[in-house]
Design a protein around this ligand. Structure first.
Ligand SMILES: *Cc1c(COP(=O)(O)O)cnc(C)c1O
Length: 399
């Protein structure tokens, strides 16, 4: 009998009851804007920022409208302006070069390794070209952050981390987002906490934190924050920083607070699913599992594998045959972007020199979402289906 999977790859879990109750309370009192507070009241948004800052051990946290807004604000705060080059990953998603473009910056793409992390040798060669690196921990893969930070510190390159896929993850015990000057996170439905849209910016630098708060549209109400620097930090900024509104609201914050409190538990559940998939895929002929270094604490909310040096037609056949059995895989090697699978050569507003070594890897990357609505048995079944189809086509090719 041919096994089939019937679950949905885009169905997340419902919002925790505590979040629903808190959201209803916000709707009942009607004070959704973060600065709309009754006397003595502390806004849900301010509490959320305080709780997220404590979770990742940051001095300051600002909640904003999206992950993309978080990155653009961090870039603006460190002074990236029109025409400035910004280093970033060739393997990432469209909002990352989009954030650079939003401030008028020009992305300089850095290659990807077979571990799906930024190529640190390529980065080293390009460090002289820009003073900022927007580092994307794409699909949760964290590079050797100790080496990266040593290199960037020595070259005076400011690091901004895109942690859309690493909220809850760590390198060598340091939470992802806490190595660079800024850490940026997304609270969009497909990330690790879900408020539909939303994001966080964290930093330990009081001047940059104050700048981000002003940029986000705090008017002169920054004293209502709990994870913001003291008001003196705003003295020389409040007349010179433009308001580029991108605040979070109390409704989203109410939904997020119980999820932030529960993040570690959710990450453990993701990792159990990830390891069930990884174990099921290991030693499949023709398929390369991405080995994760011991220093990396992962959050397995998606899984990738490589069909390295496969003909495009054979990869397409695997994708189609798995899809026919209910398993939705995404291929980053497709010449035309499909859904979220775009790559550096599809962002034609930011032309790049071709990178042959990275092109070879991008051409082999297959990606799958792992929603928490999957059971461990679902994951084992999905792995059997992929294994079956990959082996079938691989055996035929090598026959
Ligand atoms: C989703 C995502 C973002 C930004 O998220 P939004 O909240 O949708 O703006 C940034 N980087 C990566 C890699 C992402 O996947």
């Amino acid at each position: 009998m041919t096994e089939r999977f019937t679950g949905s790859f885009t169905q997340q879990e419902s919002i925790p009851e505590a979040g629903i109750e808190a959201a209803v309370a916000v709707m009942r009192h009607g004070r959704l804007h973060r600065y709309n507070t009754a006397p003595g009241e502390v806004a849900e948004t301010a509490l959320l920022e305080q709780e997220f800052a404590a979770l990742v051990g940051a001095q300051y946290c600002l909640a904003v409208a999206s992950g993309g807004y978080a990155m653009a604000t961090a870039l603006r705060a460190v002074g990236v302006g029109p025409g400035d080059k910004v280093l970033s990953n060739a393997f990432t998603l469209a909002p990352v070069p989009g954030a650079i473009a939003a401030v008028g910056g020009v992305p300089v793409f850095v290659g990807v390794t077979e571990s799906l992390t930024i190529d640190l040798d390529d980065l080293e060669a390009k460090l002289g070209e820009a003073r900022v690196l927007l580092l994307s921990h794409m699909r949760g893969h964290i590079c050797d952050m100790d080496r990266l930070m040593a290199m960037c510190d020595a070259a005076d390159v400011v690091v901004i981390e895109d942690c859309a896929h690493t909220m809850g993850g760590a390198w060598n015990g340091v939470p992802s987002g806490r190595h660079g000057t800024f850490g940026c996170y997304s609270c969009q439905t497909y990330k690790h906490v879900n408020s539909g849209e939303g994001g966080f910016i964290v930093t330990d630098d009081p001047h940059l934190a104050a700048k981000a708060v002003m940029l986000s549209g705090s008017y002169m109400l920054f004293e209502r924050h709990l994870a913001s620097p003291p008001k003196e930090a705003f003295d020389d900024l409040k007349y010179t920083t433009p308001n580029i509104s991108g605040r979070m609201d109390n409704l989203r914050a109410a939904i997020l607070r119980p999820q932030v409190a529960d993040l570690a538990t959710q990450c453990a559940r993701w990792n159990a699913r990830y390891h069930a998939l990884e174990n099921g895929l290991r030693d499949t002929p023709g398929l390369t599992v991405i080995e994760r270094p011991a220093e990396e604490s992962i959050v397995g909310s998606s899984i990738q594998f490589l069909l390295l040096d496969w003909a495009a037609s054979a990869v397409r056949e695997v994708i189609a045959r798995c899809a026919a059995r209910g398993v939705e895989l995404k291929w980053f090697g497709a010449p035309e972007p499909v859904a979220f699978t775009s790559r550096y050569d599809s962002w034609r507003y930011a032309p790049s020199k071709p990178m042959a070594a990275s092109d070879r890897i991008l051409a082999g990357i297959v990606d799958m979402r792992v929603p928490l609505t999957f059971s461990l048995e679902d994951c084992a079944l999905i792995a059997r289906i992929i294994r079956d189809e990959v082996s079938r086509i691989h055996n035929r090719m090598s026959a």
